[in-house]
Design a protein around this ligand. Sequence first.
Ligand SMILES: [Zn+2]
Length: 136
Amino acid sequence: MRILRRQTSTFVLSIVLSLLGATALLFTFWKIWPHISSVKDLLSTFMTLLWTEKFDLIPNFEFELIYLVALGDALLISGVVLYILSVQWFYLPGRVVWYRCPFCHKDWRSIGDKALIHCPHCRQLVHPTLIERKEK
Ligand SMILES: [Zn+2]
């Protein structure tokens, strides 16, 4: 199913983005921690260090740590947003599902999640069972 495939790739992307974001933030703390572990005014020292400390992941290319924090936040947020989107796509209303009638045990496909439905085979009003079935 196309929706399921899109959902899976988005889900993977969201995990990757979140991990990258978390790594960037952890790296920042790891870099700053030796400087702030012994000071009293943690927060202001922390903020100052963000603007003054540099890191050079790429040689000859220095950034202030604040950019790494901003990048990490952006990655983490987009990761979370994508994760929510991928979960929503998964439960997208209107996706085709297969029902099974508890009386005549025949299957039919329909759209959405219905709790009570008329079986097209035996015409009974039933609580159908949702079943897993691959689309052709
Ligand atoms: Zn039936």
